[in-house]
Design a protein around this ligand. Structure first.
Ligand code: KG4
Length: 330
């Protein structure tokens, strides 16, 4: 099934054509540099830019080809940004009399390792979505059936990394730059508290305490050297990831059911090499194989993953009834 997929959930205007789990085109127009001067995404600017670019990305994704179905992200995401994609998908479905599929953005991130992949995943499996807007660990009983094991109570991991990067003056969005700096640093030069180590239930992620401790630490260093900045980046990123590892380990070791053999990782932060390395080590301990998106372009927001999720778990909807769902849950 050939699908034209659209995603305008945040600050990327994205369209793609997929056939089953194969990606035929994946066009992303990122607005990140426009939002950079505000230090975060400005919803009204995002909406305006999506409106300006949506036809262009769709045209480029389609080329001269035709599709059978249209799919679009309905949520979660920024309401007025989502509206642009949803309205466009509705308009095209009506005009060309094509079936329409609504897609949950988090589900698409979770299933993104299946794009362009021939590996057979056995379910149940674990899934972790780490992006700018979400940090969520799930048990994927089967495609379409998810049990949330842990999710964030404040910032998402990507958001926390972006804020840490900003405190070091590395710009926005800073996750990828922080990773580069962290590679040059010593994570043991400074200490920061690992979030929620004494938590009894460990079914949540939290980054607010770490952020506050990091502001204090950064402010306590007068005239930091370049090496200090590298070390701070390494310490902050290391602790942020240690928290993820702790919650995963706890959830797996507490599970009364047999540990599973497959672990799917998706979202913008899935591009991080250090995070992948740590999760592979956990995999050796708990007996799971880590699956990641085949390219960086499929980690961050993109529409190819929307097409793949629409194929794997199609939720058909009448074009006249489709609506954005900014706080959609899995
Ligand atoms: O998936 P995504 O594009 O947006 C949401 O759906 O929210 O993720 C964006 C996030 C940003 O916070 C960005 O800093 C982070 O992913 N990110 C990274 C890396 N590349 C992108 N974080 C850590 N390391 C990276 N290499």
């Amino acid at each position: 099934m050939k699908i034209l997929a659209i995603d305008t959930s945040c600050d990327e205007t994205a369209a793609a054509v997929t056939e089953d789990t194969k990606i035929l085109s994946n066009i992303i127009w990122s607005q990140a540099s426009l939002h950079a001067k505000f230090g975060g995404v400005m919803p009204s600017l995002a909406q305006r830019m999506h409106r300006e670019r949506i036809d262009w990305v769709i045209k480029r994704a389609l080329g001269t080809g035709n599709v059978d179905t249209i799919a679009v992200t309905v949520g979660p995401g920024l309401s007025i940004a989502l509206g642009v994609g949803v309205n466009k998908a509705k308009e095209l479905a009506i005009k060309y009399k094509k079936p329409l599929i609504e897609v949950n953005h988090i589900e698409a991130h979770l299933l993104s390792p299946l794009a362009n992949s021939k590996t057979e995943i056995k379910f149940p499996a674990y899934g972790l979505c780490v992006s700018g807007g979400n940090t969520i660990l799930v048990l994927i009983e089967k495609i379409g059936k998810y049990k949330i094991l842990a999710q964030t109570v404040d910032d998402a991991l990507g958001e926390a990394l972006d804020k840490g990067a900003r405190m070091l003056g590395l710009g926005y969005p800073g996750g990828a730059i922080l990773e580069k700096f962290a590679r040059l640093g010593n994570p043991r030069e400074f200490t920061l508290p690992i979030p929620l180590v004494d938590d009894k239930v460990r079914n949540r992620f939290s980054y607010s305490g770490l952020k506050t401790a990091f502001v204090r630490l950064v402010n306590s260093i007068k005239n930091p050297s370049k090496q200090d900045i590298y070390n701070l980046a390494a310490t902050y990123q290391g602790v942020a990831f240690k928290h993820i590892e702790n919650i995963i380990s706890y959830q797996i070791s507490q599970s009364t059911i047999q540990p599973f053999n497959h672990f799917l990782l998706g979202g913008g932060v899935a591009a991080n090499v250090e995070l992948r390395r740590r999760l592979r080590i956990l995999g050796r301990k708990f007996g799971f194989k880590l699956h990641t998106p085949y390219s960086q372009k499929v980690c961050g927001d993109n529409a190819a993953m929307i097409g793949v999720a629409a194929f794997l778990n199609p939720k058909y909807v009448e074009p006249s009834k489709i609506d954005r769902d900014p706080s959609a849950t899995l």
